[in-house]
Design a protein around this ligand. Structure first.
Ligand code: KIV
Ligand code: NA
Length: 276
């Protein structure tokens, strides 16, 4: 089934849990899509897991467009959401619309995601007015890492919790079709989920959210520089890949590969002719 922002909203009404994962390239997007995921986020987490940066702050709109293009070609049924990178929606409303537009027009995603609540509401409204669906993202917002003083759980104090609930309502009123809740206590995510009519997608936000998202490289064990507490490892593909590569190295060194099956042949007489 083809997923849209409408099917996301319907899922909440029907009480059907939404599933999302990130993807950054064609092959992974294809696998994730074929497995039956509802939505794919081309997250700016690609800065860390695909480009090797320390955080997401170095990711540019050009980087995002490049990866969204690849994912769009690989996914058939998933709703594709493109992350707006740091500073692409902070300078002005005009720039925000232009950048969101690039992700859709050049990249091919169906919606964009940006971090923040009340602070970015004018940008959210303007992008939606340009007919681009927006997914909100509150709680731990990694683009604010230098302001937050690290990647920490959010929504622990009464003031923080109240602010999160308010932000979620602001984002709903602004017209967001969904909101990511990152690294907030499960009971806080529950209150937020019950106070808005749009689906909440949790990451490190417990079981009461309307859906879940994880970074695909984390859950498959392909990225081990840093693994947050909330990540469940479903596979250890990193180990599997390394084992395969080691076998290849040994085979080449021991002249086991390439063998007859993996070599091209020509008529022996032609070889003899050439040798003459
Ligand atoms: O960039 C990303 O992968 C994200 C998810 C963790 C929500 O924003
Ligand atoms: Na992100």
């Amino acid at each position: 089934m083809k997923n849209t922002v409408a099917t996301f909203k319907e899922a909440k009404e029907k009480g059907k849990k939404l599933t999302m994962l990130t993807a950054y390239d064609y092959s992974t997007a294809k696998l994730v899509d074929e497995a039956g995921i509802d939505g794919i986020l081309v997250g700016d987490s690609l800065g860390m897991v695909a480009l090797g940066y320390e955080n997401t702050l170095s990711v540019t709109v050009d980087d995002m467009v490049h990866h969204i293009k690849a994912v769009s070609r690989g996914a058939k049924n998933a709703l594709i959401v493109g992350d707006m990178p740091f500073l692409s929606y902070h300078v002005s409303i005009e720039e925000s619309i232009r950048n969101a537009g690039r992700l859709v027009q050049e990249g091919g995603c169906h919606a964009v995601k940006l971090e923040g609540g009340l602070d970015v509401l004018d940008k959210v409204k303007a992008i939606i007015k340009a007919q681009i669906p927006v997914m909100g993202h509150i709680g731990l917002t990694p683009q604010s890492v230098n302001m937050l003083g690290g990647f920490k759980v959010q929504g622990k104090s009464k003031e923080q919790i109240k602010r999160l609930i308010d932000d979620a309502k602001y984002l709903e009123d602004a017209g967001c079709f969904s909101i990511v809740l990152e690294a907030v206590p499960d009971e806080v995510a529950r209150i937020i989920t019950e106070s808005v009519s749009i689906p909440t997608i949790g990451i490190g936000a417990g079981k009461y959210c309307d859906g879940q998202i994880l970074v695909v490289n984390d859950m498959l064990g392909l990225f081990s520089d840093f693994t947050p507490k909330f990540v469940k490892r479903y596979r250890s593909l990193g180990e599997e890949i390394k084992a395969g590569i080691k076998e290849y190295i040994e085979d080449v060194q021991n002249e086991i590969f390439p063998d007859e099956v993996h070599s091209f042949k020509i008529n022996k007489e032609v070889v003899e002719e050439i040798k003459k």
